[in-house]
Design a protein around this ligand. Structure first.
Ligand SMILES: *Cc1c(COP(=O)(O)O)cnc(C)c1O
Length: 365
């Protein structure tokens, strides 16, 4: 039997009656833009996260750009981030007119290296953007320890990490602002595009609210060049239902990770989970120098797999002007060559995990 990387249809089936009723309600209500579902979801999300507020936006990429703009980032500024992430992290920085400054990641967690941030600071640095990669929070206290003495705000790219925790605090609440994506493949996924911006300060929540509506407080006076970037009422109606089950889904993902730990061949490197943190496994990403052989064996046995960020951002043509070459970020380069995501979703069974593990083992012989 084939094993899929994700199971969007299965997650839908589990909630089908409720989702369909909620969508019909929206269609029949005639309130399809910034209505009661967006407001309700924003309130529930802020309560879940423990932030002053949350602002629904059209997608995670816009969310990152809006967060940076709310903090006043723009032309001539530098924002420090990682090259081992989805392109949108750095693209959002460039969209503000600022320059992304890449620093390497840590070999165990694959998240930002706080010591490298310190070395990359310049008088132009305006913000730091760690990424909670694959569902594991970056080391928020260590990042803050570097940022705080310089008065630098931290924007947490939590697009892959809804529900993850760091010393009991939720991903998305670990910096000054946080950003989520509800792209359908994320662990909290909608049925189309969607995103969310969180902030601890009421002022920043309000700034983000204005920026998502053309830079206007009252829809009559336009004080800023903003965005047309709203979370859809339909998506919000669905996300409110999913919010009730996301903790259970994340728990089931964690159980799958425990099974993988038990059944994968010993020589395969598992995702690290530092003490005090929880991982939500948006993706389960193993590492091994023979990644391509493992991937070939998986495909042969109809086990879905995918290597992520094989061309890291410092080597992308869009950032050629930064002048980076292979070797500038050795940990990133190694992760790009050795990583492989294997099936991970809340509906996987232990028997399927054993099937995947057997396919991985076959690639190593
Ligand atoms: C998905 C993702 C984004 C962008 O989100 P979209 O909703 O697709 O715009 C940004 N950063 C990371 C780390 C992501 O995984």
């Amino acid at each position: 039997m084939a094993v899929g990387l994700m199971d969007i249809k299965g997650q839908y089936a589990a909630l089908q009656d409720r989702i369909e009723a909620a969508v019909l309600d929206v269609l029949r209500s005639g309130r399809v833009i910034l209505g009661p579902n967006v407001k309700g979801f924003e309130e529930d999300a802020a309560a879940y996260m423990g932030t002053a507020g949350a602002v629904g936006v059209a997608n995670g990429t816009d969310g990152l750009t809006i967060a940076l703009r709310a903090l006043g980032v723009g032309h001539g500024d530098e924002v420090i981030t990682v090259p081992f992430t989805f392109y949108a992290t750095a693209e959002a920085i460039a969209q503000t007119g600022a320059m992304p400054v890449f620093v390497d990641i840590l070999p165990d967690t694959l998240c930002i290296d706080p010591a490298a941030i310190k070395r990359a600071l310049t008088p132009r640095t305006k913000a730091i953007m760690p990424v909670d990669l694959f569902g594991l929070p970056a080391d928020a206290d260590a990042v803050r320890a570097v940022a705080e003495p310089h008065g630098l705000p931290v924007v947490e790219d939590a697009c892959q990490a809804w529900g993850a925790t760091y010393d009991g605090r939720r991903a998305g609440s670990l910096g000054d602002m946080g950003v989520f994506s509800f792209f359908p493949t994320k662990n909290l996924g909608g049925y189309g595009d969607g995103g969310l911006v969180t902030a601890h300060s009421e002022v920043l929540v309000q700034r983000a609210r204005e920026l998502r509506f053309h830079g206007s407080k009252d829809k009559k006076t336009f004080t800023d060049i903003g965005f047309n970037s709203r979370l859809d009422e339909l998506q919000a109606a669905i996300l409110r239902i999913e919010l009730e089950v996301i903790d259970e889904w994340n728990t089931r993902r964690a159980q799958v990770a425990v099974w993988y730990d038990e059944h994968l061949p010993r020589e395969v490197l598992r995702p690290a989970v530092p003490q005090g943190l929880t991982h939500v496994y948006h993706l389960y990403v193993l590492r091994h120098p023979q990644r391509d052989a493992i991937a070939a064996a998986c495909r042969e046995r109809h086990v879905d797999c995918a290597a992520y960020y094989t061309r890291p951002l410092q080597l992308q043509p869009a950032f050629a002007e930064l002048g980076h070459k292979v070797g500038d970020f050795p940990v990133t380069d190694a992760a790009a060559e050795q990583n492989l995501a294997i099936p991970m979703h809340p509906n996987l069974t232990e028997a399927q995990v054993q099937e995947v593990a057997a396919a991985v083992a076959a690639g190593l012989t």
